[in-house]
Design a protein around this ligand. Structure first.
Ligand SMILES: *[C@@H]1O[C@H](CO)[C@@H](O)[C@H](O)[C@H]1NC(C)=O
Ligand SMILES: *[C@@H]1O[C@H](CO)[C@@H](O)[C@H](O)[C@H]1NC(C)=O
Ligand SMILES: *[C@@H]1O[C@H](CO)[C@@H](O)[C@H](O)[C@H]1NC(C)=O
Length: 332
């Protein structure tokens, strides 16, 4: 029996991430084969039976759970494929995912599902076909995860500055990736600023908006004396998106990729359960920069604000106290 995403079972100590606990309900359920459609009506079959090099699809199992998209495993005589479909949106979301997975795959560092094909469904909606990875029973070795993540950060370079070729989403919140040459400007405008504006628009929270903007305008001293290079980031690295393959090699999935300051990768660390051996291995490859500790909360802030915008006021006080602490520390 395939143990999909068993890695997620290890995150239940992470209380603040309870909204994600629906993931625990992921189950494999068998589903009858779809009625055979003419090849040109089903672009998924068509791709698997041509470029996918299969001559026969032997089984389609849905990987249930009712997350945002429908997920299926296609078993064929040329191996298995992982397919996600969404009946109500165009291909742009899956294109963003494929570009992110592809960029991480190209670094040949940490294992990610290799993306194969994205396209529209003739009935409306869209699909993505990717490599099917059989997940192992353990969460994988933390020090190997730390080392490989650092290797990905080191290998994933950008010549266009900070950003990404497409916008993507963080949870279901849009994440703007307009190329920007200055990291402080990028993080202030497209990360913190975007979430603050959203909180203002959807909750009328002018208090967090104004204080947050004051922090954004005054945060430059936190970055003194360091050189910030754009690194390829997974962008949403928490335990739900970390697993391991059958050999115990770490696998990361469902990214919200962009090129950014490597330290921003730890913005979800309050839900990732990274231990000492993870960080030791990471910093052996990507040495810790001066001021790392004082920027740490600034990178958590983006994700706390996003959780506030997604899940409501339970996260407001965490975000607000980070902002208040910085305003006090920066004396602004
Ligand atoms: C498709 O995507 C939209 C927008 O992200 C989401 O609200 C919807 O639940 C998804 N549904 C399915 C079944 O594909
Ligand atoms: C994890 O990997 C490191 C380095 O490869 C090794 O030294 C360590 O023993 C491993 N830990 C476990 C728990 O397997
Ligand atoms: C990865 O994290 C996002 C939340 O940010 C979640 O929607 C998605 O389901 C997670 N992926 C897996 C495989 O659990």
């Amino acid at each position: 029996m395939v143990a999909l995403h068993v890695g997620i079972l290890s995150f239940n100590s992470c209380f603040p991430c309870l909204p994600h606990s629906r993931l625990l309900r992921l189950r494999f359920t068998k589903r009858k084969l779809f009625p055979v459609a003419a090849m040109d009506e089903d672009p998924i079959r068509e791709w698997i039976l041509s470029e996918g090099k299969a001559t026969q699809i032997t089984k389609i199992s849905s990987i249930g759970g009712g997350c945002i998209n429908l997920a299926s495993r296609y078993d064929t005589d040329a191996g298995s494929f992982f397919v996600k479909t969404n009946r109500s949106i165009g291909p742009s979301m899956f294109e963003g995912e494929a570009l992110g997975l592809g960029a991480m795959y190209e670094t040949r560092t940490i294992r990610v599902p290799r993306p194969f094909k994205v396209g529209p469904l003739p009935t409306g909606g869209s699909y993505i076909i990717m490599e099917f990875i059989e997940f192992g029973a353990s969460r994988g070795n933390q020090s190997v995860l730390g080392r490989k993540l650092a290797e990905m950060h080191k290998a994933g370079k950008s010549e266009r500055g900070f950003g990404f070729d497409v916008d993507n989403t963080i949870g279901s919140t849009p994440q703007i990736n307009t190329w920007t040459s200055d990291w402080i400007e990028f993080y202030g405008k497209h990360r913190l600023g975007y979430q603050l504006k959203l909180a203002l628009n959807q909750y009328g929270d002018s208090s967090i908006y104004q204080k947050g903007q004051r922090l954004v305008k005054n945060m430059a001293p936190l970055f003194e004396n360091i050189v910030i290079e754009p690194c390829l980031l997974h962008g949403d690295l928490w335990s739900g998106n970390i697993s391991s393959d059958k050999n115990g090699e770490p696998v990361i999935l469902d990214p919200a990729c962009y090129y950014g300051h490597s330290e921003a990768e730890f913005g979800m660390s309050w839900c990732a359960g990274f231990g000492g051996s993870f960080y030791d291995a990471y910093f052996k490859v990507m040495p810790k920069q001066p001021g790392f500790e004082k920027r740490r909360d600034l990178y958590l802030l983006y994700h706390y604000l996003n959780h506030y915008n997604l899940f409501g006021s339970g996260y407001r006080s965490s975000a607000m106290s980070i902002i208040d602490d910085y305003l006090r520390m920066l004396n602004v």
